[in-house]
Design a protein around this ligand. Structure first.
Ligand code: MOS
Length: 750
């Protein structure tokens, strides 16, 4: 289990609170010096290498594998196929909870999507394993795949997990549209996208009897433990997962991937540790993706430019064997006030891998469509797009009617617009050229993301020497959890960071829930805070009940912890060091656990969302159609800021993914074969530095007394939302051309 020393030369914290300090990442030096150990860096003694053999068809079954040829390779140790794969305690298509996704684990010969694993070759070297997998040369019985949103009949999918229902309605949308003074109807399409975390899915698995040790990047170790326990018929506590660092997850590592389970099965088959790292193309299929969407929006407004109706219909895709869908319509029932709103999702079953949570699942794709439609509606009404959004500002959550726990969106609009210079925008499109003759356009979009909380536990301790330890099974995807959570831990115990040992990254530590839904800091941080409070409470009991203490009689609530001391609230001169309290009481340490989860009463009462406003400038080459984003200003309000440097980076990252959504990402499939045309980072485009504009992120002040104990809303995903729509709207403003197929490619502008 990992802990990271605090480098005090760059991380000196003023005494008092470490929450709010712009600390650099504690694990940064390890990463830039190559010392951070990612899952695939582990090589226990005797480890064998595994390679996947994946299907080159999208629908049908495997009729033959040349196992003899692979086994004849001198480096190959074993070939795992449906004939000899370990039988599982539970069929991988069995759903034991709403977040249990169906996996392909060599239990039969069926092929359900391209790149589905059909065999695993285990060898002494990676090269031998790879060559062995090639020698298997599968033969197939092939059926015509169903690819594309028109390839099957739509159905209404079940709600996702415990969240997003497929339909929500309020008021009479048709009546609202008929009564409208102006109306628009438009259909927007978004492309299939793949997570493409820099680090591929990997697993290094070893068994000792029925105990499994697994080095694996995971956004939720306890969830993975539960899934593996079910599949192998063993106890979750006998599964030990190490996941201190992830090279990105973006949702794809929220649930264990099929290939990672296959590594565990392979290790069991050969009785030795096995390392399996998916290749980049193998990440396209069995690891989830964002499904394509076709979204039809109908909006109507009265004479004052106020919405009379908002209808958002989403057609998206799921797989033939599971039900996840991209919940794009969610944005439409939280963002704008309208007396009538209808949100409806349908899906078609395609011969692809099952889609999964990916970088603001739903909000990212949905906000491109909604923010484009709102722009089109504003133009139809002759109202400035920002003014239009203010006229339709939701004072309460539109469908539920609940008040917001906090909502500083007006401040986001004002501060973002001011910084960007929005007031100087020309009303008509195609009015502005720069010195090089490029068309210049400005657009904006509203950002929104729910403030989610999951369940987590943490343990905290203060020792006789006045130092402390906090432990939680959290993980760092690259977002800075090692640092932000340690800041919360230090404050919770009233210690400076250099007096704190902070451990995370292992399933042996208390369950931190999932690092997803932008809820990790709130959830894990909440548990850490609660554990700190519990320890301080015990310490306060010792001191305030002891006549020898200067705190005697202050009462448990009458003291606070800071700088390694308990201090009387009513008299800061009267305080006592942790060491002295423990020494007099004769205790070596005090420890306690804490937990956090969503407060059902608060959820019942309030709508909880982070908000933001994103302003974009693009330049478009009128001859070539090439689009460049030249400037992005995002102003976001997401409750308490734990570390402004990290939060700013999260917003930058989100906005860059917004650029990616608007202009780059598109996983293309050949509809005849169901195979990918660009399953690699050379042809699946994501923004590089040259695509990344000048960016500013404004941290808008917002206090929230209801969302959770720390007032945190989460910042991981909101930057994507709003941004892609702002860019699409800026492209319209630059060119006068409304592109409704995302990503916006240059051929659409010629
Ligand atoms: Mo994210 S898609 O909530 O891991």
């Amino acid at each position: 289990m990992a802990e990271i020393a605090q480098d005090m030369t760059t991380r000196r914290v003023r005494h008092g609170s470490s929450i709010g300090q712009p600390l650099t990442r504690s694990e940064g030096p390890l990463k830039v010096t190559g010392q951070a150990r990612f899952a695939a860096d582990n090589l226990p003694p005797g480890t064998l290498h595994a390679a996947l053999c994946v299907a080159t068809i999208a629908r049908g079954r495997v009729t033959h594998l040349d196992v003899a040829a692979a086994e004849a390779h001198p480096g190959v140790v074993a070939v795992m196929t449906p004939d000899n794969a370990p039988k599982l305690a539970q069929h991988p298509d069995e759903k034991t909870n709403p977040f249990c996704f169906r996996l392909d684990l060599l239990q039969d010969s069926a092929v359900r999507y391209a790149n589905q694993p059909v065999a695993v070759v285990i060898a002494r070297t990676l090269e031998a394993a790879t060559e062995g997998a090639r020698l298997l040369a599968p033969a197939y019985e092939t059926e015509a795949p169903r690819i594309g949103l028109d390839a099957a009949d739509p159905f209404t999918p079940p709600a996702i997990g415990v969240g997003q229902p497929p339909e929500e309605h309020h008021g009479d949308v048709e009546a609202g549209l008929s009564a409208a003074q102006s109306r628009i109807a438009a259909t927007y399409e978004t492309a299939a996208q793949y997570h493409n975390a820099m680090e591929p899915h990997a697993a290094v698995a070893s068994w000792e009897g029925d105990r499994l040790t697994l080095h694996m990047p995971s956004q939720g170790m306890a969830i993975a433990q539960g899934r593996l326990a079910g599949l192998f018929g063993i106890r979750p506590q006998d599964i030990h997962i190490e996941s201190p660092f992830l090279g990105g997850g973006f949702g794809s590592k929220g649930l264990i991937g099929g290939p990672q389970v296959l590594a565990c099965m392979a290790a069991r088959l050969v009785g030795r540790p096995v390392k399996l790292v998916a290749t980049r193309p193998q990440m396209y299929g069995p690891m989830g993706h964002r499904a394509p969407t076709r979204q039809t929006l109908r909006l109507g407004t009265d004479a004052d430019g106020r919405l009379t109706a908002l209808d958002h219909h989403v057609l998206t895709a799921s797989s033939t064997f599971d039900d996840f869908f991209e919940p794009s319509g969610g944005v439409s029932h939280t963002l704008y006030a309208s007396p009538a709103i209808s949100v409806r999702h349908e899906a078609v079953r395609l011969d692809t891998g099952t889609p999964l949570f990916m970088r603001a699942p739903g909000e990212a794709s949905g906000s491109v469509a909604l923010e484009s439609a709102v722009d089109e509606m504003a133009i139809a009404c002759g109202v400035d797009p920002l003014e239009f959004r203010l006229r339709n500002y939701a004072e309460v959550e539109p469908i539920s009617g609940k008040p917001f726990s906090s909502k500083a969106l007006r401040d986001c609009y004002a501060q973002g617009a001011e910084r960007f210079g929005w007031a100087g925008r020309s009303k008509e499109p195609r009015q502005t050229r720069d010195a090089d003759g490029l068309l210049v356009g400005w657009g904006m979009g509203t950002a929104t993301f729910p403030a989610l909380m999951f369940e987590a536990q943490a343990r905290a301790e203060i020792r006789a020497d006045g130092t402390g330890t906090v432990e939680i099974g959290a993980q760092d995807m690259g977002q800075g959890a090692w640092t932000a959570l340690a800041q919360i831990a230090a404050d919770g115990l009233g210690l400076d960071l250099d007096r704190l040992t902070f451990r995370m990254g292992s399933s042996d530590l208390p369950n931190a829930g999932i690092a997803g839904g932008s809820g990790h800091t709130a959830t894990a941080g909440g548990a850490i805070h609660a554990a700190g409070q519990a320890v301080i409470g015990k310490l306060a009991d010792l001191a305030t009940n002891d006549p020898a203490s200067p705190l005697y009689g202050a009462g448990n609530a009458g003291v606070i912890a800071r700088d390694g001391r308990l201090i009387r609230r009513d008299d800061a001169e009267r305080s006592e060091r942790f060491e002295d309290i423990l020494a007099r009481a004769g205790h070596g340490a005090v420890e306690a656990t804490g937990k956090a989860s969503a407060d059902p009463a608060a959820k019942q009462t309030y709508a909880m969302h982070a908000h933001g406003a994103v302003f974009a400038e693009v330049k478009v080459d009128p001859d070539l159609g090439q689009v460049r984003v030249t400037r992005l200003v995002g102003a976001f309000a997401a409750g308490r800021v734990i570390n402004p440097r990290l939060v700013t980076s999260q917003y930058y990252g989100g906005m860059i993914w917004g650029v990616s959504f608007a202009l780059h990402e598109h996983a293309a499939m050949d509809p005849r074969t169901g195979r990918f045309l660009n399953d690699n980072l050379g042809e699946y485009h994501v923004p590089v530095n040259a695509d990344t504009p000048a960016m500013e992120a404004i941290l808008v002040h917002e206090e929230d007394a209801h969302v959770n104990a720390l007032g945190i809303k989460g910042v991981g995903e909101i930057g994507i939302t709003g941004t892609a729509g702002a860019i699409a709207n800026a492209v319209w403003h630059a060119t006068g051309i409304r592109v409704r197929e995302i990503p916006i490619t240059l051929d659409r502008l010629l």
